[in-house]
Design a binder for this molecule. Structure first.
Ligand code: ADP
Ligand code: ADP
Length: 228
């Protein structure tokens, strides 16, 4: 479902972030992306949701070459991919409900379906009772659960998370991981960049380690492999 062939990425300022990445990720896999800061993890993730295009090489998502995708078709690709960020990126003036409904309103779902679907995902992340709250009225863990709800409300085939627990304490991080596990069990492909040794070592999933823009390790039940 995600295929990269000899992908190189050089940013306009001359920095080479990726230096020959070849990888296959199948439907339903759960993958951790690890490696030192500056290794290229975020760039790897941005290539998947087509925030960036490779300088050379091929990135295919569901058999669509992202370099050949027309601008007007990018939103269709993005609908298949939910993205979760370290800093949540919620809209501060909208309620929890509105932050999530927004993702559906732009694709012109009926009001009835929107309501049903938003309440379903709020139930999944256990925040039904806070639908009317503003993001600023929630704890960090709750805000991250809202951002996960927003990411999955379209039923994407792929969920990508870039350091989703980076701003959260260990206990809250485990709550977030339980939500990702549940999303994964429903058949969604999960890709998560992380610096959490505890999470990676406990979960025993596929681990892709990137250093200096290349994959140095790819193990099916891997460990974090760094001291922290
Ligand atoms: P990681 O997520 O592993 O920390 P990144 O993919 O963010 O790594 O960065 C890889 C390299 O690319 C770093 O040297 C970083 O400074 C550089 N880089 C990342 N984004 C940009 C950008 N938009 N423009 C220029 N350089 C960038
Ligand atoms: P944490 O310890 O996880 O950071 P907080 O102490 O920030 O949690 O929040 C605990 C509870 O209080 C949460 O359920 C949150 O929704 C609620 N809460 C926090 N700040 C506010 C606020 N400004 N207004 C209303 N409720 C709040």
């Amino acid at each position: 479902m995600i295929v990269m062939k000899d992908v190189h990425k050089k940013y306009p300022n001359g920095v080479t972030a990726l230096n020959g990445i070849t990888v296959n990720i199948d439907k339903g896999e759960f993958v951790y992306v690890v490696g030192p800061s500056g290794a290229g993890k975020s760039t790897f993730i941005k290539l998947i949701y087509r925030e960036e295009k490779p300088t050379t090489g091929i990135v295919k998502i569901n058999n669509i070459n992202t370099s050949e995708l027309k601008e007007k078709n990018v939103p269709y690709l993005r609908r298949k991919i939910g993205v979760v960020f370290q800093d949540f990126k919620l809209l501060p003036k909208l309620s929890v409900y509105e932050n999530i409904a927004f993702a559906l309103e732009v694709i012109e779902e009926s009001p009835r379906n929107i309501r049903k679907r938003v309440m379903e995902v709020l139930d999944l992340v256990d925040l039904k009772n806070k639908a009317r709250f503003l993001p600023s009225e929630l704890s960090g863990g709750e805000q991250q659960r809202v951002s996960i709800a927003r990411a999955i409300v379209n039923k994407p085939e792929i969920v990508i998370a870039d350091e989703p627990t980076g701003n959260l304490d260990p206990e809250t991080s485990w709550e977030i991981m339980r939500v990702f596990e549940e999303i994964s069990e429903r058949g969604t492909t999960m890709i998560m960049a992380t610096h959490s040794k505890e999470i990676v070592n406990k979960m025993k999933k596929r681990v892709i380690a990137i250093e200096d823009g290349i994959i140095v390790r790819d193990e099916s039940r891997g460990d974090y492999g760094y001291e922290n």
